[in-house]
Design a protein around this ligand. Structure first.
Ligand code: NCD
Length: 311
């Protein structure tokens, strides 16, 4: 099997075509069946993934590791690169790339600086996957979110996607909006406080691709319009000014009352972790996908990505 992901880096959704996504989604469905029937297989036996995390992670790290193990591969998980690797001694990212390229067949990196995965990729001799770079991108999260939305809405042209919360620093919404517009979404409602608006280059891109983009401050007036409510955490770690963070962190709160205003067919998503944006009473609402499909799809999508990159 060869694919457009084969032996390539995955640094941004910019390099992922709509055809790549369609092929990947067929593969994701296979991975789901494989896990449900047999738990996995040994197709990646003899290959190793290094997970180099310079920032905290629960789901992304755990799902990449699980994905590799369910396909028979091995792992080098370093969840505290800044504390427990030679980075502490001053090693550059280029040297780290050279070293880990001689042990592993694929490098997965999360880093607080935008562009760090691209720097790693320049010096690496194996494919690099961006698992989140600062306030930049998070392409694998966008692929799993798009897959989840695709399971609920077969025609993206007719849906209104609401991205809610920290659109400035939230890397998931940067990658997701770019991927969704390429998959045919024609209407975005960007709901954020004015201090946390979507970067203008992304808004311009969405418009150039033919979408209508509305920027709003208030959520409540627009909830009934939305097919997708994608809520994000205000990204505390990106704020230099703690008081500014404190003033913005509780700006939106999804409660059962808010969900009563939403369409019966709407979906409520969150990349997690949530820190108060969605009240726990909403978790049992069948429209809330974050602990159900979204988390599980993270595993299947990362299995499919690793399989396509490594074979
Ligand atoms: C997100 C991230 O790291 O960007 N988490 C994740 O990977 N699921 C979202 C966040 O931290 O708010």
């Amino acid at each position: 099997m060869t694919s457009s992901f084969s032996r390539r880096h995955l640094l941004s959704v910019d390099a992922v075509s709509s055809a790549d996504v369609s092929a990947l989604f067929d593969h994701v469905a296979e991975m789901k069946q494989l896990v449900e029937k047999k738990g996995g297989d040994d197709r990646l036996k003899g290959t190793i993934m290094a997970a180099l995390f310079y920032e905290p992670s629960s789901r992304t790290m755990a799902s990449f590791i699980t994905a590799m193990q369910r396909l028979g591969g091995g792992i080098i998980p370093i969840s505290a690169m800044k504390e427990h690797s030679s980075v502490v001694k001053g090693e550059t990212i280029q040297d780290t790339a050279r070293v880990f390229s001689s042990y592993a067949d694929v490098l997965v990196i999360r880093h607080p600086e935008v562009g760090a995965p691209a720097q790693l990729a320049q010096a690496a001799s194996v494919p690099v996957i961006n698992a989140g770079d600062g306030a930049g991108e998070h392409p694998t999260q966008a692929l799993l979110d798009t897959y989840t939305i695709h399971q609920h809405f077969s025609d993206f042209k007719g849906i209104t996607v609401g991205l809610i919360g920290d659109l400035l620093y939230g890397r998931t919404v940067h990658s997701l909006s770019k991927l969704l517009v390429r998959r045919g979404v024609r209407r975005f409602m960007l709901i954020s406080p004015s201090a946390l608006r979507m970067p203008t280059d992304i808004v311009t891109f969405l418009k150039e691709e033919g979408a209508t983009v509305e920027e709003q401050d208030r959520l409540i007036e627009h909830v009934s319009d939305l097919d997708v409510l994608y809520v994000t955490r205000v990204q505390k770690e990106r704020f230099a000014d703690v008081d500014q963070y404190e003033g913005l962190k509780d700006v939106y709160h999804i409660t059962p009352d808010v969900m009563r205003l939403a369409k019966g067919t709407a979906v409520l998503m969150h990349p997690l972790p949530r820190v108060g944006e969605i009240s726990p009473e909403v978790d049992d609402d069948p429209r809330a996908l974050y602990f159900r499909e979204q988390t599980r799809n993270g595993l299947y999508v990362r299995m499919a990505i690793l399989d396509r990159i490594l074979r």
